[in-house]
Design a protein around this ligand. Sequence first.
Ligand code: UD1
Ligand code: F6R
Length: 371
Amino acid sequence: NKGNYEHYMQKEIHEQPESLKTTMRGRLIRGGSCKAKTVLLGGLKDHLKTIRRSRRIVFIGCGTSYNAALAARPILEELSGIPVTMEIASDLLDRQGPIYREDTAVFVSQSGETADTLLALEYALDNGALCVGITNTVGSAIARHTHCGVHINAGCEIGVASTKAYTSQIVVMAMLALAIGGDTISNQARREAIIDGLFDLPNKVREVLKLDQEMKDLASLLIAEQSLLVFGRGYNYATSLEGALKVKEVALMHSEGILAGEMKHGPLALVDETLPIVVIATRDTCFSKQQSVIQQLHARKGRLIVVCSKGDAAAVSSGGSCRVIEVPQVEDCLQPVVNIIPLQLLAYHLTVLRGFNVDQPRNLAKSVTTQ
Ligand code: UD1
Ligand code: F6R
């Protein structure tokens, strides 16, 4: 049921304040005056000790689910102190990459039925790793075959392009980082700031959804383009990959997410006055580096669209002209949840304006059950 919306993808984008609330329901505990704020993931509580003892955490997934894990990687590394590596399921299988008994392998999948992810799960089980699932589908193959896990509870996702599942996956993995990370005095303030940030996240998402018309206007300017680049780094490297994936899969426009730190190692050669480039430059420890990337793109007369924190329009547009999209600032590790939303809206409007099928893009299926 699409309710008042024209398409499922549109409904699912706008549903995110509610889907995020459902994802967090019963899992965040605010505690009384002397009780610390904590996270309770029912499906993991008996396994946390084993996870904390593991030598490495390996995230495994495909497409958007892989991108969600990439967004959560920095906070998991920071709070757990355990090395975190990333595997695209098909690539792990192609290489028969090393997976050990001392590893915790985390399988991220909206559907819970993706063939590559399932085969990688069988492979990790054979190699003796502790296998954890993060899925939206109760009773799915991945939920059944993992040792333990967390349901993201985002509600059924019908549009082939994953939107609300992506933001709920990031939130679950941020909660996973809080659950694995020890509750030490030195990181107490950081943990509390993240938990407060999680409580307030649905409000911030509601606020960023007000950019709908602005993103539609931007889409109308990009409607005839051949290509769109998206630059991000740090917490928002994942935002650049995921934004580009949305644009290519539904709007059928070539789009590439690029790690901004790699700009000078090749992509800079593409920059001219015509190619549109989105730069994610919200406030975090990478901000000054992103400002210098913007300067260098300005110097080459790049056609920039900058996503920045509220109040930073002047700081990012000095040195050249660009279009600025201001988003509310949240705790750094949660910023990818806010930042992807204007790009989801852009991909949606571009698709509708270009006259393509937004809920069932050409050649794609919701659940990829073949290799
Ligand atoms: C569970 C209930 C929820 C109830 C809550 C009350 C289910 C599905 N969930 O939620 O309805 O409101 O208790 O406390 O009945 N699992 C895997 N692999 C996965 C995902 C999950 O093995 O990929 C396992 C978990 O380890 C757990 C079970 O499935 O044993 C349920 O997981 P989850 O729904 O996340 O647990 P709760 O949030 O505690
Ligand atoms: C993109 C998209 C795909 C899926 C991928 C994995 O919008 O939907 O990239 O993310 O096929 O699917 P799941 O998460 O079901 O394993």
